[in-house]
Design a protein around this ligand. Structure first.
Ligand code: TRP
Length: 442
């Protein structure tokens, strides 16, 4: 993988219908980033993560379709971007296990999402881990695998995810340290240490009630609702009770903050003026509606056509997975190697190479009579190299008995009969004995 281009990676959990907060905080910045020439983008649907909180299969599937369609409608170009579904990449759960084995349990105890559940249980006197799944506990490790598998440099996320990126760094460091990669060209780490990237201007978008826009607060504006409904929802954003003509505060105004996330600098300044000059809330909401709709409505058509064509989206995702696995599969292979999940044939080769005298396990005994009238035998390999040379025996029967003894017991270094050719060290002897044991089996 080239290190000169910066790799940007982010995922969206497929647990619901995307809303304006997802759009402003994640979808829109990721699409913009992907248009730059010196980044390589990896965007994916985090459906394994969805299983942690969602027990409704249809909802996970539906959300996967909606989020994929939203991303594509917003301008993700699958030719430029590696765009895939997490569960199409078997290397992700595989890597999760390798990372699990270098992750401190104590670190996971401190993860915000897990701690919040424990605190909630403690507050009402429940067992601390009541209703807490191991999936929730392991959430940060799965997320680290998402990121580290593609050696991402930058991970655009919301503020609530910063801790997870820090944990991914920690886990990467532990792995790099435990499995030092001692290549001849100098030490190279297995994993790049990722960094969180927070979109400063729109770190969090407020929802209808002024709190962070989130499905769990039920205060969202779905990204692709029909126009009329968008208008109705915007009309429901909380404001104070000031009348038209009364000056209004931009501070603490959810309406203003949402507007700012869509408007240009100039438009934002104009809105500030309007607040000072006492714009009525109804008028301000109309301006907000028009501003959002002008950005969303060109995408809405594309979204609707994509939603009507799940087969096309499926094909795009499968192609994306193939592209992702061109990186993931060989990388995972090298990680398996690094931790010792290796084929055994390599070991066999090492013995053969170390012992030039035993090129193959196919050895054989040759018996013959010398001019001195005695009976001899030798052990030869297929190239007719003599591995072992006996002393002379008076009768062929004695020579045969010596062969039988070697075949059943192998050769001991201290054994005086038969006589060895040259000097055998322990390793050479082991090779001959290994060869003999195969000979015997055959
Ligand atoms: N946890 C993220 C969220 O809920 C989604 C996610 C899963 C993710 N894996 C990721 C984001 C990897 C960035 C990188 O927002």
């Amino acid at each position: 993988m080239s290190k000169s281009v910066s790799r940007v990676l982010t995922g969206i959990t497929t647990s619901g219908t995307p809303h304006l907060g997802n759009y402003v905080g994640s979808i829109r910045p990721s699409v913009r980033a992907s248009q730059s020439n010196d980044v390589q983008s990896f965007y994916f649907l985090a459906d394994y993560h969805a299983l942690i909180k969602i027990g409704e299969p249809e909802r996970v599937q539906r959300s996967t379709l909606e989020i994929a369609a939203s991303w594509l409608a917003a301008g993700v170009d699958p030719e430029r971007v590696t765009f895939y579904r997490q569960s199409d990449i078997p290397e992700i759960p595989e890597l999760t296990w390798l990372l699990t084995c270098v992750t401190g349990k104590g670190m996971l105890n401190r993860a915000h999402a897990y701690k919040a559940s424990v605190d909630k249980n403690n507050a009402v006197g429940n067992d601390p881990d009541a209703e807490v799944t191991a999936g929730l506990f392991m959430y940060p490790v799965l997320m680290a695998a998402d990121i580290l598998l593609f050696n991402a440099h930058k991970v655009p996320v919301g503020r609530d995810q910063i801790q997870h990126i820090e944990m991914a760094r920690d886990i990467a460091q532990s792995f790099n340290y435990r499995y030092k990669n001692g290549s001849k060209t100098g030490d190279t780490d297995h994993f790049t240490l990722p960094e969180a990237e927070i979109e400063a201007s729109v770190a969090t978008l407020p929802g209808l009630d002024g709190r962070k826009m989130s499905k769990s607060y039920d205060n969202t504006i779905p990204l692709f609702v029909p126009k009329a409904e968008l208008k109705k929802l915007i009309a429901g954003i909380v404001t104070d009770s000031r009348m038209p003509g009364e000056p209004k505060d931009i501070e603490g105004s959810a309406l203003y903050q949402i507007y700012q996330a869509f408007a240009s600098e100039e438009e934002t300044k104009a809105m500030q003026e309007a607040y000072k000059n006492g714009i009525g809330w109804g008028d301000a909401k109309q301006i907000l509606f028009e501003r959002i709709d002008s950005e969303i409505s060109p995408m809405r058509e594309k979204y609707e056509s994509l939603m009507n064509n799940p087969v096309q989206i499926e094909a795009i995702l499968l192609k994306g997975a193939e592209k992702a696995r061109q990186i993931a599969t060989p990388f995972m292979q090298s990680l398996r190697q690094a931790v010792g999940l290796r084929g055994l044939s390599g070991l066999q080769k090492a013995i053969k190479v170390e012992n030039k005298s035993a090129k193959s396990t196919l050895v054989s005994f040759k018996q013959y009579r010398e001019t001195d009238g005695l009976f001899y035998f030798k052990l030869v390999d297929p190239s007719a190299n003599t591995l072992l040379q006996s002393r002379g025996f008076v009768t062929p029967k004695e020579a045969g008995a010596a062969i039988a003894k070697i075949k059943t017991e192998g050769i001991q270094l201290d054994e005086q009969t038969p006589v060895y050719l040259g000097t055998l060290n322990v390793d050479e002897l082991n090779v001959i004995n290994t060869a003999l044991s195969q000979f015997i089996e055959n």
